[in-house]
Design a protein around this ligand. Sequence first.
Ligand code: FE2
Length: 289
Amino acid sequence: MSEAVTFIHLTDLHVGNPAVPDDHLFSDTTTTLSRILAEVKTLVPQPKFIVASGDLTNRGDEGSYENLKSLIAASGLEMPVLFALGNHDRRDGFYPAMLGRTDNVDAPYDHAQVIDGIHVIVLDSSVPSKIGGSFEPGQLEWLKTELEAHADLPKLLVMHHAPALDANPDMEWESLSIADTEALRQAVEGKNVIGILSGHIHFDRVSNWFGIPVVVGIGQHAATDVTWLHEGLRMLSGASYAIGTVRPSGLSITFAPQPAERRELTSFTWVGMAEMLKKYEDGNAVAAE
Ligand SMILES: [Fe+2]
């Protein structure tokens, strides 16, 4: 690569299904995404691709993905859009609506392509009925094979859950599991990975993870109040997306915040959060029986 290549990082789009009321959709994500895509259309130069790092929809039903698809089509943007799946997504909603695929709809959605000299690898870190992330058997092997390909090209990894930054099991719900984080570290070591693009926690955060930049965005649904994290999770109105640039010198990320009054949308303390998580996972366990 001799010239700069720009791309867009969307995350946590949480697009809804206009036909279905949803108490857990805290903002008008359809309007937010339309506005952002219109903004992207004005960028000069035009980005070469878009990555969307999971929580594409809020409920994971086919109607929500149909809405997402029509918003992208209506934008008139022509660059490829690479989708990752998050904990709000459902594979059995995503595959039929987005890819027209009706077989093997429980499989993780891992895929990769080379665009303008950048090897973009998208990993599915979602786990059905769980909030935190991990890999299924076979995914790391797929990744290792992919990392061997195009060895001379810079690689961007896209996955909903960022690697765990420290080994605190109580916080595994907000990242990739500790065990898979370690396995990922070993897999990517020395493989020319210039960045990992993630979401899930709904705030802009850049980390240096064993020398690799890990970029997390607020996304397009709601913004975590980072000043209240000692107390609990408070969601404010707010959204952003990011413009990435890959140069021979490496990756840079420019955050493009959207106007917001930072009104509280919802909040719960960590004690309440622990109860909610237990109820959520117990509920899913019962539902799965
Ligand atoms: Fe999300």
